[in-house]
Design a protein around this ligand. Structure first.
Ligand SMILES: [Zn+2]
Length: 489
């Protein structure tokens, strides 16, 4: 028996200007075969759980392609076609397939990226047993569910169960192959465009919705996933969905999915939030004694498509007179080059950050003019040890630390979400010695950084990952949807 295990993960922010081409999938492009196996078999990603289950089945396991890019603009036509082709080709020469996908992929030429690819795989290999492991931020389309055998999404956000999700998808497929399960799946959409800060599964309203899905599983449903969706994607299918898989009884699957959708809908007000203006958030930060106080720069989170060069939160924090600020990494290859040319110990004055052109933003980002001392120059390579994306290899390119007095800023050539304090410690900066830490992240920083901190404050600055969803120019989103059409839903 031949088992193909593949990965094609992208969370597309249709407002993001950050390119998503072939070479952006992994360092220098996707990985194949042994190189992919070596990188991902013991990673913290779902593909590790899929590989574990595939190996437990015996037979020959192979990885036709493993492609993963940070969230960014729609996937280029070239990258989509080449990666899809590799998976379709593999489908014709295997007996079982397992895929680690994000869901919420938009390609330049298809809004439903996963649905299109899975339909092609089905056409190439009509009876192929196919398991999917998905992110809970997937925007699920009926076409995705119609073109796989089983599908499972994460149950936690921050995502602490990626490997377990792969394991569960693999287990359900094995049960199916053994004739012990006849999976039938219902997809129900709930017209809620949720704020990602309200998707945290340990807090309400999600805790209640997740508990209802777990209760349905305890009552015998093989799998029930609440997909909160990825809101920063302007497609007809964006939004919250519940996907329920029953054993042979489609009416039961539909009833369970509908019941949980009804529960989510009854809690809709809790899925959106009014924003504290940035100035007020920073004033509140200033009243907290002790530290560090984490200032979560939620609107410029690169794991939601952010360019990671917005200086808005940093600039306003300095304007308010805050000192003892550690911030970064800010992505600015030009500033990195200038400071490396000046050398460690040099005093420099330069424009930092705010250089990305973002047509979707009504007010453009602005660079900040800073004067400071170049403290440190390094290569920014490390492996994530924190509980989210454990084992992920990070390459920030060249990194420079600039000290302006009130602000110590890490400037890099490439992006990473704040998942691990190594992004400071590697460069001689101990985060606990600072009063404030500006982190480019929405929620996933919490498991690694909260244990070090006194408090955390959400800062809604300028950026393409903003949760001020009414501020975007929506064209394709299915309307009405809550809360944008509050009065019509
Ligand atoms: Zn996610």
């Amino acid at each position: 028996m031949k088992i193909a295990v593949g990965m094609f993960k992208h969370e597309t922010n249709t407002f993001s200007p950050v390119r998503t081409a072939w070479q952006d999938f992994g360092p220098g492009g996707p990985l194949f075969g042994a190189a992919a196996y070596e990188t991902f078999r013991h990673s913290g990603l779902s593909i590790a759980g899929l590989l574990e289950q595939a190996e437990a089945m015996g037979g020959e396991v192979f990885i036709p392609i493993a492609a993963r890019a940070l969230p960014s603009a729609p996937v280029s036509r070239d990258a989509f076609e080449r990666i899809s082709d590799a998976l379709c080709e593999a489908a014709t020469r295997c007996d079982v397939m397992m895929l680690d996908l994000h869901g919420a992929m938009v390609a330049e030429h298809y809004d439903d990226g996963e649905g299109e690819m899975l339909q092609r795989i089905r056409a190439a290999a009509p009876n192929l047993p196919l398991a999917l492991a998905l992110d809970s931020h997937a925007n699920i389309t009926p076409r995705i569910a119609a073109n796989c055998t089983v599908m499972v999404g994460y149950r936690t956000y921050p995502h602490l169960d990626m490997v377990e999700t792969g394991r569960m998808a693999g287990r359900l497929l094995r049960e199916t192959l053994a004739g012990r399960l006849k999976p039938v799946t219902a997809v129900r959409r709930c017209p809620i465009l949720a704020n990602m800060l309200r998707m945290v599964t340990s807090e309400q309203p999600m805790a209640q919705v997740i508990a209802a899905a777990a209760a349905a599983e305890r009552d015998g449903m093989p799998c029930v996933t609440v997909f909160t969706g990825f809101p920063l994607s302007d497609t007809a299918d964006t939004g919250l969905t519940v996907v329920a898989t029953a054993d042979g009884d489609i009416e039961k699957a539909e009833a369970v999915a509908q019941r949980i959708v009804d529960l989510a809908w009854s809690l809709r007000e809790q899925f959106s939030t009014d924003f504290e203006p940035l100035g007020d958030a920073l004033k509140r930060a200033a009243t907290i004694t002790g530290g560090p106080v984490l200032l979560a720069d939620i609107s410029d989170n690169c794991h939601s498509g952010g360019t990671q060069d917005s200086m808005d939160v940093i600039e306003k924090a300095l304007d308010q007179g805050l000192t003892g600020i550690l911030a970064g990494p800010i992505v600015d290859p030009e500033a990195v080059a200038t400071m490396i040319a000046a050398g460690v110990g040099a005093t420099v004055t330069l424009a930092v950050g705010g250089k990305s052109a973002i047509p979707a933003l009504r007010t453009p980002l602005r660079p900040m003019r800073l004067t400071g001392v170049v403290k440190h120059i390094a290569e920014g390579r490390f492996t994530v040890e924190g509980p989210v994306f454990t084992g992920m290899r990070v390459n920030l390119g060249r990194v420079v630390v600039l000290d302006t007095g009130p602000l110590v800023l890490v400037v890099s050539e490439d992006r990473v979400e704040a998942l691990d304090p190594q992004q400071f410690r590697l460069f001689g900066l101990e985060p606990t010695r600072f009063r404030y830490i500006v982190l480019k992240s929405k929620v996933q920083y919490r498991p690694s950084f909260m244990p070090l901190a006194k408090a955390a404050i959400d800062c809604n600055g300028a950026g393409v990952a903003s949760m001020d969803l009414a501020a975007f120019d929506w064209k394709k989103l299915a309307r009405p949807i809550y809360p944008l059409d509050r009065s019509n839903t």
